[in-house]
Design a protein around this ligand. Sequence first.
Ligand code: DQA
Length: 145
Amino acid sequence: MSKPIYVLSGPNLNLLGVREPEIYGKATLEDVRRLCEARAKALGRTIEFRQSNHEGELIDWIQEARTKASALVINPAGYGHTSVAILDALKAANIPVVECHLSNPAAREEFRRHTYVSLAANGLVSGFGAASYELAVEAAAGLSA
Ligand code: DQA
């Protein structure tokens, strides 16, 4: 049995479904969790799905993933645009990393066009709403055993 794929979500994503639904969609984080679990199950894999509003907690989980996960999907939310510390943790993780965004940050404000996480990610899925997470789980499964 392979190790789980960690699926981590950053700040404000606990408000999915009510937060700017015209940008992020109507699915709640619980809906996203179910979609990820179903996609992982179909691929014979499991996930560990977590969300935090705190940078340090996300870093602790990335460090945990280093030994406990087969791969990591991360939607860093706003921290993607600001956090060198999350980038450093991802670089140390030594497992495949897939960056994921519900919206397409490249088509939004200028400050969203750069993410530090991209420097450590094998690839990026963005712009497909909740389906971005499903696609990211599939990509992470393909990159790991
Ligand atoms: C986001 C995009 C980020 O720019 C934003 O700060 C978020 C969500 C997304 O999933 O589209 O909080 O990561």
